[in-house]
Design a protein around this ligand. Structure first.
Ligand SMILES: O=C(O)[C@@H](O)[C@H](O)[C@H](O)CO
Ligand SMILES: [Mg+2]
Length: 409
């Protein structure tokens, strides 16, 4: 099964996606997601200029060898651009191998460990009544676990809050990146957040009871001692996880957080290799691995992270906002049903335009996503549909403290 041609497809059906298509000489096609939100064209150029010329004529069956060839062969290791490019190739080769085998990808990863992947949806509201409406709307749609994000009193925009009630808005419920010439700048008040958030969880538990799994994302904004304090304050509300409490560039920072709170911790959506998790997993400083297939070097590399995590009873919590394309989500679902240490899968539904381009075969039912049953990962990219949505430069927001200091977004 020799690789014949490699194409880098850039389309923007509501937001930008970079997709790799690998064609074999015998006429099969495999897909990989190479989307890096806000820096898309860097990965597209990396693939077009530096990876595509290396792949022509290679045996598409040699997945591990190709992974090592691209990772070690570049000499310059790791980083989000490199690892998104490696991930796209790796995912496309898994898609091809599964198609040749005539099996859905999860069968090649060991077969089913469960019927489907439990997902969490994004409930949010600027105010408590709006948040409650959003929670109810999600429960009506069948969600069985919810991420809770709210506004802060007196602040106009806060991370993670949809622009209009009940998740019907055009912001955060599906895409925080904005097609503006410069990134939108937001403001952030950590002390206000730390005071306000426990009152929100208290109200949500009082209204919706103790059973519903609730999650929250602090989006890298706290110092270790602030994170420890928030984790403690939230313990009475039994969170499924508290996400990205610190930037975690310094993995050791989590030791301090862990010493003070039993609130489960999830980290890693911005990580890109197993090395970023080495201390966190070995010292059992986290409970969930957040990396997606798309940014952590593909199915091969994420499987390796999950197997390492399993030794320490750390589970998967794969990143699944809309900047992971349907290709990346499909790959995540095949891994998710196969691995033993599945935790939960994030799910922000893509727009109808996005689904019209990628034609994914996964299905949402009863609060869970199941991968499709046809051979491969279950993506059928529609070039004609994609051509209707040309690339549009877009940026994620930049965040500043109230005094203007640039902070983590
Ligand atoms: O946990 C999440 O889904 C978020 O942190 C998003 O990845 C972020 O807003 C960028 O889209
Ligand atoms: Mg997050």
């Amino acid at each position: 099964m020799l690789i014949d041609r490699v194409e880098v497809l850039v389309s923007s059906p509501g937001r930008n996606f970079v997709t790799l298509r690998v064609r074999t000489a015998d006429g099969l096609t495999g897909y990989g997601d190479a989307t890096l939100n806000g820096r898309e064209l860097a990965v597209a150029a990396y693939l077009r200029e530096h990876v595509a010329p290396l792949l022509a004529g290679r045996d598409a069956h040699r997945i591990e060898d190709t992974w090592q060839y691209l990772y070690r062969g570049a000499y310059w290791r790791r980083g989000p651009v490199t690892m998104a490019a490696v991930a796209a190739v790796d995912t496309a080769l898994w898609d091809l191998k599964a198609k040749v085998a005539g099996l859905p990808l999860y069968q090649l990863l060991g077969g089913r460990s469960r019927d489907a992947c439990l997902v969490y949806g994004h409930a949010s509201g600027a105010t408590l009544p709006e948040l409650f409406d959003s929670i109810r709307a999600h429960l009506e749609r069948g969600y069985r676990a919810l991420r809770i994000q709210t506004g802060l009193p007196g602040m106009s925009t806060v991370y993670g809050v949809a622009s209009s009630p009940a998740g019907a808005g055009d912001r955060y419920d599906y895409e925080p990146a904005r097609a503006t010439p410069l990134p939108v700048e937001e403001r952030w008040d950590t002390r206000l957040y730390l005071r306000h958030l426990p009152t929100v969880f208290e109200a949500v538990r009082a209204e919706f009871g103790p059973e519903l799994p609730l999650l929250h994302d602090s989006h890298h904004r706290l110092t270790p001692i602030q994170a420890a304090s928030l984790g403690k304050a939230l313990e009475p509300y039994d969170l499924f996880w508290l996400e990205d409490v610190t930037p975690a560039d310094n993995q050791e920072a989590l030791r301090l957080v862990r010493r003070h709170t039993t609130t489960p911790l999830a980290i890693g959506e911005v990580f890109n290799t197993i090395w970023d998790y080495q201390t966190l997993i070995r010292e059992q400083l986290i409970d969930y691995v957040r990396s997606p297939v798309t940014h952590a070097g593909g199915v091969t590399a994420l499987r390796r992270i999950f197997d390492y995590a399993a030794m320490y009873q750390v589970k998967s919590g794969i990143h699944g906002p809309t900047d992971i394309s349907p290709v990346g989500l499909a790959a995540a679902l095949h891994l998710g049903v196969a691995i033993h240490n599945f935790g939960i899968q994030e799910y922000m539904p893509h727009t109808a335009d996005t689904d019209a381009v990628f034609r994914p075969s996964y299905r949402f039912a009863d609060g869970a996503l199941a991968p499709g049953e046809e051979p491969g990962i279950g993506i059928d990219y529609d070039d004609a549909a994609a051509e209707r949505f040309p690339y549009q430069a877009a940026y994620l927001p930049v965040n500043r403290l109230m005094d203007g200091t640039v902070h983590d977004w």
